[in-house]
Design a protein around this ligand. Sequence first.
Ligand code: FE2
Length: 335
Amino acid sequence: MAASKLDEKLVLGIESTAHTFGVGIASSSGKILANVNYVYRPREGGIHPREAAQHHSRIAAKALREALEQAGVKPIDLDGIAFSIGPGMGPCLRVGATVARAIALRLGKPLIGVNHSVAHIEIGRLITGCKDPVVLYVAGGNTMITSYIDGRYRILGETLDIAAGNCLDVFGIKAGIGPMPAPEEYARRGERFHSLPYRVKGMDVSFSGLLTAALKLLGEVRLEDLCLSITETVYSMLTETLERALAYAEKEEILLVGGLARSRRLMEMIEEMAKLHDAKVYAVPPEYAGDNGAMIAWTGVLQLIAGQTLRIEDSRVRPRFRLDEAEARWRMLGL
Ligand code: FE2
C-alpha cells in the first residue's frame, strides 16, 4: 500500500434533516466514494416530519449497505461516522443521529456532528474548486448569504420570512403547475412583466409579501407572465443583496449552493453582476445541489482532521443550529 494511502481517512456521513435520507462516503484526498440518497415524497402537501422520519428509518439499512458497496469499503475501514446534527426537523434528525451513534459505538470510531448548512458550502467548495467565496445558499428551506470570516461562516444576509425556494415552490403548487423548476420553465414563455413587491433591507430579503401579491394575480393575468414576474423579482433581490455582500466581504469568488443553485436564470443574472466586480461564479452541480449524504461525509472528513468530533453524550440533535454557531476549525488550518 502506498504511504499516502496509509494516512488517508475515510468518513461515512448520514444526511436526514428533512425529506432526504442520504449516506455518503468521502476520503481525505477529496474523493467522494459513495453518494446514495433516498427522498421521501409526501402524497400531498408539505413534508410531515413524523412520516419523513418513518421513511428514513425504513430506508436506513438499505442506504448504508448500498453506500458501502458503491465505495467498495468495509465498515472497519472507516475512520469516522458523521451525521447532520442540525438544523432540521427533530424527528428526521433523530433517525440519522441514532443510526450514526449505533455505528460509531459498534466500530469504536469517532462520531462527528455536522452543521447541515456548512456541509452545503463545503461540498460546493470541494466540487467546484473555489477557495474563499461569498456563498449564496438558496433552497426550499433556506436563503442566506454567507462568507468565512474569522473562524466561522458569518451570515451576511438572510430572508426575514420564507425562503426563496419555498416562495417559488408554493407559488407553483398553488398555480397548479408544481414546484420548481416548473415556475422557471413557464417563465421562459413569459412576455409581460408585472410589478410585484420588491423587499430588500440591506443584505436581507423578504418574500412573503411578494408571494401573497403574486397569488392574488393568479387567474387575472397570463400564468407565463406571472411566472416571469415572480422569478425575475426573486432572482433580482438575491442578486442585489449578493452584490452588496461581495463588496462588503471583499471576496473574489461567488458560490451558489442548495437546490436553487440549479436555476439557469439565477446563474445568468449573478454572472452578469459578477462581471462588473471581476468576480468568478461557481455553482454546485445538480448531483450535489440538493441534500445529500456526500456533503455530510466530506465535511466530516474536514472536522475529523481538525479534531472536531463529539462524545456520544454530547450528540443530541440541534434542530435550530445556525450556520454562524458552527466553528469551522479546518478553515484555520487552510483546508
Ligand atoms: Fe439542505
